[in-house]
Every structure is written in structure tokens, then in C-alpha cells.
Design a binder for this molecule. Sequence first.
Ligand code: FAD
Length: 417
Amino acid sequence: MRRTIFSPEHEALRATAREFLDRHVRPRMEQFAEAHGLPRDVWIEAGKQGLLGLMVPEEYGGGGSDDWLFTVVVSEELAKVSASLSTAIGIHSDVVAPYLVDLGTEEQKKRWLPGFCSGEIVTAIAMTEPSGGSDLAALRTTAVRDGDAYVLNGSKTFITNGFSADLVIVAASTSPEKGARGITLFGVEYGMEGFTRGRKLDKVGQIESDTAELFFDNVRVPAANVIGEVDKGFVYMMERLVQERIGAAVSNTAQVSQILQETIEYAKERKAFGQSIGSFQHNKFKLAEMVTKVEVTQAFVDQCNVAHAAGELSAVDAAKAKWWSAQVQNEVLDECVQLYGGYGYMNEYRVARAWRDARVTKIWAGSNEIMKELIGRDLGLLRLLLARDLALLKTRSAEVQDHGAGYRAVGSKPGTV
Ligand SMILES: Cc1cc2nc3c(=O)[nH]c(=O)nc-3n(C[C@H](O)[C@H](O)[C@H](O)COP(=O)(O)OP(=O)(O)OC[C@H]3O[C@@H](n4cnc5c(N)ncnc54)[C@H](O)[C@@H]3O)c2cc1C
């Protein structure tokens, strides 16, 4: 189905992204896979091409765009080449950027954003802890005020870009007695004493991006590195998860769409019993179903993108786009592997890597179960609440009211990443 949401300007940026990928990424994918991460020169080249920080104001070295659809075309092109790439750059450009741009002080913006846009400062965001990721409000990392600094203690896990990041936005509890209302965000810079990172985690898929544990042992983080207001971190994260989730849906859909096209070509060429495997009725019907599923998903995701570009995407619709695209992506890629036969199980085939890469999309950025919980609650289907949950919900509702009307779902959903 023809997509109608992009202008010639969007397509021009798409062409720039493709050229960058053809020249600097595709020929080196094996190197990235072996290194379990992107070398810095790739970040720097992406920065030179203006692909990082598209929505960062020009005065700090960014693209100065307020049009989300530019971000979408870049994410799609990255995901078509490698889901890992889309993840690593997406966390930096689409997930972290809004925290720095919307909440950073003038001094922080001047300090971090030019390097952020040039690729000299790679960033990460650390919410998840070993004790749990879905229940974000229950995080255990603490930050205690001591003079002109906060003393940070705790650990984070599964952090994308965690191994290579120069700057990590860390969520920590500053007022444990206040629960979700006592969480603050900090810009923690690599090199701060007591801040260490573990090895690159050995993942099933997405092996071209680095994912790491982070440890904080009495790290003195200057008060000047607090991002936004103290104790407002939970609301800041909830607000920005909408963009993280629609961004995930964009990437999921682009990746599966690309691999499906490649599978259709394979099914035309591969012969069995004297005819192409795609021409067997069973496979033809499978491919017809897959194309339909992906195009219908794309139409919903595009509609969400248009809504997000207008600042109107609800948290619930972003949750729908996120879980549905992840589900379709996984179902379709599994069928694609089947159509490739034994080759589909070989790592040297893109379809095999794509299938492994996709598995995590049902887990991260808020698991699919959590997405359905949010959607279900929006339908008025509240589970039997414990007294503690009720207190927490009241706290969150109050926070949202404090924060204005733009965000409408926090009061009726759990805090999740
Ligand atoms: C490769 C990778 C990269 C990641 N990158 C980042 C990152 O950059 N930054 C970051 O902060 N985090 C990151 N994460 C963490 C990710 O967001 C969490 O793994 C995710 O939120 C789930 O948390 P958990 O792993 O602790 O699972 P848990 O919270 O322990 O959940 C376990 C299972 O229980 C289910 N569950 C939990 N609560 C409910 C409920 N109320 N109803 C029904 N089912 C429920 C979950 O859906 C899941 O199936 C990453 C994870 C991976 C694997």
C-alpha cells in the first residue's frame, strides 16, 4: 500500500541516510557483530551527515527540526539494515535527546548537546535495575544530597550503549519515602569516580549494539548534573516513553517489512519439485497473509506517527503500536525463516539475524504484557488493587495533574520501561 505521510524533504533525508549506510555501515556489519558494538567513527560519521540530534536546536549543533517524521525516515533506514543500529542510534537520538533538550539547563545543553550531535558524546538511559524493569517506581538506586553533589549508589542492567556511553541519564531515588514521587534524573558522565560498567552482555540477538550493566559506588554527581527538577524524574520518564514506544514501533515495522521483501524475492527464486517455493499454494497464502499483516500494521504506525508529529499521540495508542508491531514482527519473521528452510537458520543469512534481533522487541520499552495492561486499564478494566497500589496511583495521578493535561495515562497505569 502506498504510504502518504512523507514529503520530498523527508525522502531527501532518507536518501542521505541510505548513502551513509551504504558507505559506512553495510560493508562493516561483520566487524560490528564481532565487536558487539559500533565503533566511534561510525557515530562521528553519522554526526557529520546530520543524522544525530535531528530535533536538537541548531544553536547546539542539531538539525533544528520540530518534525518527528524526519526522525522516522532515518530510523526506518537504520532498521532496514540492522535492528541493532536502529536501537543504538535510536536510544541516543530519539530517546535521550528529549531529556536533554526539554529539561536540560542552558549550561547542560552547551556542555553536552554539541558533542551529542557530532557523535563525540554517545549517550544512554538507565532505568532498569537487576531487581526489575517493569515496575520502574520500585527502583533501588539511591542518590543522597551531600553539599553541592548527590552521592549515587546502586546498579542498572541491560543498558543499551551502556558500555560505550560518555553520558548516561540515570534514574535514582532521591526521596525513597515518596516512592514514584521521589525519583530524580542525573547526567552521569563516564570517568566520574565510582562509576564503572560491566562487560558487554552476551545477547541472543542485536549483537551489533552494546548492552551493559552499570555500577555506582558512592559516585559524587554534581547537583549541576540533575536533569529537570528533583523528584520529578518519574513523570519525565512517563511522558517520554510515548516517543520511545512509537520509535520502537517504527523500527519493528521497517525491519520486518524489509526482511519480508527479501523473503518474497527468495521464495520466487528458490526451487523445489521443479517450481519456485513461493508458488506452492501454502506458501503463497502465507506470504499473502504476511504482506497484509505488515501493511495493516504500517498503516496504524503511520497514523500514530502523524499524531505524534502533531503532539497528539496518546500513551495508550503508542502502547498499541508498540506491542502489535512487535507481535507481528516476530510472527512474520518466524514464517520468513521457515520459507528459507535450513538457510534461514544460518547466521550468515539476514533473515536468521533479523529473527534473533526481533525477539527482544516484545520485552523491552515496556513488555507486551505491560502494554496490554495499559490498554486494558484505559478500557476501565482495573484489577483488584492492593492498598499500596492505590496509594501509588493516587500519587501518580497527582503528579500528572501537577504536570498539565498533555499526558493523560499515568494515573491509570503502572510505571514501566
Ligand atoms: C537488549 C536489551 C536492551 C535494553 N535497553 C535498555 C535501556 O537502554 N535502558 C533501560 O533502562 N532498560 C533497558 N532494557 C530493559 C528492558 O526495558 C526490561 O528488560 C523490561 O522493561 C522488562 O524488565 P525486566 O527484564 O526486569 O522483566 P520483569 O519486570 O522482571 O518482568 C518479567 C516478566 O513479567 C512480566 N510482567 C511484569 N509485570 C507484569 C504485570 N503487571 N502484568 C503482566 N506481566 C507482567 C513481564 O512482561 C515479563 O514478561 C533493555 C533490555 C534488553 C533485553
